[in-house]
Design a protein around this ligand. Structure first.
Ligand SMILES: *Cc1c(COP(=O)(O)O)cnc(C)c1O
Length: 418
């Protein structure tokens, strides 16, 4: 027993020094190794982050950055949120994974939370946004098959983004993500966003659903019009079609409500969540109202890791924090403040065309490419994102303070030469 403990301690020490070595790597060492061994599929900036707290992150050399992108709209409560960290640690000590052939409590706790605060009656849990949308597409097809005499076609929006699996990249209304991956699954049609006439023209007896984002995040922070959403809901009801909201980016509080659709007072039949749902632990969720949910029975769908207790514990802590603290109110307040500051900046800065978005998902459209601006911001300690060519996407953690907003806007103003 004593010998065993000694051996364990030695192993722990050896591992500890290896770990310290990893911590001691410089940014360029981290970057060089990543570039050598990983598929080069991401347009990565030369930045290696090792630590985060709230709206701030630090690189391997200890340089501090304001993270106004929440690491791809994921860390909605800020980095290393104490409640989420505690939930992860507590769950990791108990059990990290439970098979979906058995039960675990965190799954049901998360599903109940999401259903009780939405239109939905059931949740399917998975690991990413693409998987949540894949589940939504499969459920819509099942519904079409069982209830609508074999309808299968889903109408989506030009400029949308729904993921990188074969079905979700086909649902995505952007030609560039499909290049070289043919043949693609059938059954998708694309129409311009906010255009009811085009939508009605795309309708056919094969149509089963309409799927859209409330704000096209990857597509340049393009918001849906409230009047369009209301008309769309009424029209889907008339035709008996399903309405699917991809809230992978707009959900989990990003627009100042737990679900973005609450802002518009329009409910979908199916909604998908992912990015911010567990504040950085990989997770996805697809929720549906009762009659639609009935079409997924035993064997219809599944995932080994989906609803993993570790991810669910982190998600429960995240959702509870959104519901029980003033984070959503702060998102609405700081969102309005940031938008006002950017709109003010636009008056003195001719390269800004327009500022748009809801809550803390804002876009600044420029009259020139956004990437050089984003690079210059990063050099000055501010992380923002360039999307759709000329748009700067700002999406700080929902816990952002007015001082942090001021600091970010000052850097942006300096870079844009206002
Ligand atoms: C990010 C995103 C996805 C894809 O999510 P992954 O977790 O990367 O698979 C899908 N839809 C929207 C709206 C997104 O923003």
């Amino acid at each position: 027993m004593g010998l065993q403990l000694h051996a364990d301690a030695q192993r722990a020490n050896a591992w500890g020094s290896q770990w310290r070595e990893r911590l001691a790597m410089t940014s360029s060492e981290i970057i060089a190794r990543n570039e050598r061994f990983l598929f080069p599929v991401y347009p990565r900036a030369p930045l290696a982050l090792v630590r985060g707290e709230g709206c701030r992150v630090w690189d391997a050399e200890g340089k501090e950055y304001l993270d106004f992108f929440s690491s791809t709209v994921v860390t909605n409560l800020g980095h290393a949120h104490p409640r989420v960290t505690a939930a992860i640690v507590e769950q990791a000590k108990k059990i990290v994974h439970v098979s979906n052939l058995h039960h675990s409590a965190p799954q049901g706790e998360l599903a109940e939370l999401l259903c009780r605060h939405s239109f939905a009656s059931r949740a399917f849990l998975c690991n990413s946004g693409a998987e949540a949308n894949e589940a939504a597409i499969k459920l819509a097809r099942r519904y079409g098959c069982e209830r609508l005499g074999g309808r299968f076609e889903i109408i989506t929006m030009l400029g949308s983004f729904h993921g990188r699996t074969l079905a979700t990249l086909t649902a995505t209304g952007q030609e560039k993500v499909r290049e070289g991956f043919q043949p693609l699954p059938e059954g998708f049609r694309y129409v311009p966003l906010n255009d009811m006439t085009a939508l009605k023209a795309a309708y056919s007896p094969r149509t089963v659903a309409v799927m859209l984002e409330l704000v096209q995040g990857e597509g340049g922070v393009i918001p849906v019009k409230a009047s369009y959403l209301t008309e769309l809901r009424a029209w889907c009801d008339e035709q008996g079609l399903l309405l699917i909201f991809d809230e992978v980016q707009t959900g989990a509080g990003r627009l100042g409500k737990l679900f973005g659709y609450e802002l518009f007072g329009v409910e979908p039949d199916i909604v998908t969540l992912a990015k911010g749902l567990a504040n950085g632990v990989p997770i996805g969720a697809m929720l549906a109202r009762a009659e639609v949910a009935q079409c997924f029975r035993e064997g219809a769908h599944g995932s080994t890791f989906g609803g993993n207790p570790l991810a669910c514990a982190a998600a429960v802590a995240t959702v509870r924090t959104l519901l029980e603290t003033d984070v959503l109110e702060n998102c609405r307040r700081q969102g309005a403040y940031l938008k006002a500051q950017l709109t003010e900046l636009a008056k003195s800065c001719r390269s800004i065309r327009v500022v748009r978005g809801y809550g803390l998902l804002l876009g600044v459209e420029l009259d020139s490419p956004a990437t050089p601006v984003v690079d210059a911001c990063r050099e000055r300690g501010l992380i923002v994102n360039a999307t759709a060519g000329q748009v700067i996407r700002l999406a700080p953690p929902l816990v952002v303070s007015a001082e942090e907003v001021d600091a970010a806007v000052a850097i942006l103003a300096e870079v844009l030469g206002a």
